[in-house]
Design a protein around this ligand. Structure first.
Ligand SMILES: O=C(O)CCC(=O)C(=O)O
Ligand SMILES: [Fe+2]
Length: 370
């Protein structure tokens, strides 16, 4: 490919050529010259890079970049729930404010030990076979083929809480199994927002306004998650700004090496110990990581990412590239899965749940017609 923007430190000559090319593209963008004469990678840069992104990559001679499209989180005023929900899942004023102050909420209980055991067993089998949607072996998006996982995703303990933060209409665009075997590696400090980082040319998400809260990650523990087996940890309050990464170094995120730059003391991180069957809600903009598994037991979790259907997913993409995983995901079988409310925007291919895919509690809440 003409332009490989995997965040790694390249030889000086290659970086100099990239700087020259990026300066040329920056001038092109400033002059509002047509984008369509360029091949796709350059078009992606012209369309999706902000001036700040150009400044950091060029100014560092291609040794640093924003980890994602820059944005600054707007705090709603007044701080009120965005949806009416079942009273048992209602978030208090302190919880709503706490989410915006710290960037996460929970853990909350949702599933029994047996339910969690069944799901873990099912996912452990499925993850060994090529994924129905993408045709490759991946831990991503097993909800398309695992009905048990789909049932987990629409549990009202999760969805009703998320609705108060994101609004009454909610959909899942992505899920992921995180299996950290005994002795497994740490996951590096990182942040995300529109998932531009996955190929640095096109964001996976295009919200109406990047500065609003447009996404929440739900992280469900399938084993007890503790500091010993590498539970998640967050730097509270860091979800307000997207930070920069420096390329290279020893720490890595899957197959790429970088360090996230932040002034906060990593010792101030809050470990998120989560019992099995409990979940946390967090903004993936909060700086987070997870430690190595120093125990003799597996640490398994599954997460999924919730958005309102107004967010365009994989805009103008037929194949999504995740450079940090070295994987390509064909999108013809992908669809947004609507978990609550309506799709009032119709900017995505949407799949609705059938009655058999509803969690028992969601079916109960919907009443006999479900
Ligand atoms: O489960 C982990 O160790 C990391 C999870 C994570 O980074 C995420 O859910 O965004
Ligand atoms: Fe993450």
């Amino acid at each position: 490919m003409l332009l490989q923007l995997v965040p790694e430190k390249k030889p000086w000559m290659e970086r100099t050529l990239l700087v020259a090319g990026l300066c040329f593209l920056a001038v092109w963008k400033a002059l509002h010259l047509p984008r369509d004469i360029w091949p796709q990678p350059m078009r992606g840069i012209l369309k999706n890079w902000t001036w700040g992104m150009f400044r950091v990559v060029i100014g560092s001679w291609v040794t640093a970049a924003y980890i994602d499209q820059p944005c600054t989180l707007k705090v709603p005023s007044p701080m009120v729930a965005k949806a009416e929900v079942l009273p048992e899942y209602s978030l208090s004023a302190d919880e709503l404010q706490g989410f915006y102050d710290r960037g996460y909420l929970g853990p909350y209980p949702a599933f029994s030990a047996d339910e969690v055991k069944d799901l873990a067993a099912s996912l452990l089998t499925r993850r060994n076979f090529p994924n129905y949607v993408y045709g490759i072996v991946t831990d991503r998006d097993l909800h398309f083929e695992d009905e048990l996982l789909l049932k987990f995703l629409n549990h009202p303990a999760i969805i009703e809480r998320a609705a108060q933060l994101l609004g009454p209409d909610l959909a899942c665009w992505r899920s992921q199994v995180f299996l950290k075997e005994a002795g497994g590696r740490a996951i590096q400090w990182h942040q995300a927002s529109t998932y531009m980082m996955e190929d640095y040319l096109q964001p996976a998400l295009q919200p109406l306004d990047r500065n609003q809260l447009f996404q929440i990650t739900v992280w469900i523990a399938l084993d007890p998650a503790t500091v010993h087996n590498g539970c998640m940890q967050v730097l509270p309050g860091t979800h307000k700004e997207i930070r920069k990464i420096r390329f290279g170094g020893d720490d890595g995120f899957y197959q790429v090496n970088f360090n996230l730059e932040f002034q906060e003391d990593p010792k101030s991180a809050i470990p998120l110990e989560v019992p099995p069957g409990h979940f946390i809600l967090f903004s993936e903009r909060v700086i987070h990581s997870s430690g190595p598994n120093t125990s003799n037991d597996r640490r398994m979790a599954v997460n999924f990412r919730l958005i309102p259907p107004s967010v365009k997913v994989y805009p103008d993409q037929q194949v999504h590239r995740a450079m940090h995983m070295g994987q390509h995901y064909p999108l013809d079988r992908w669809a947004l899965v609507l978990l609550r409310g309506e799709d009032r925007y119709q900017v995505n291919k949407v799949r609705r749940l059938t009655a058999s895919q509803l969690s028992p509690r969601a079916a109960q809440a919907r009443g006999p017609e479900a």
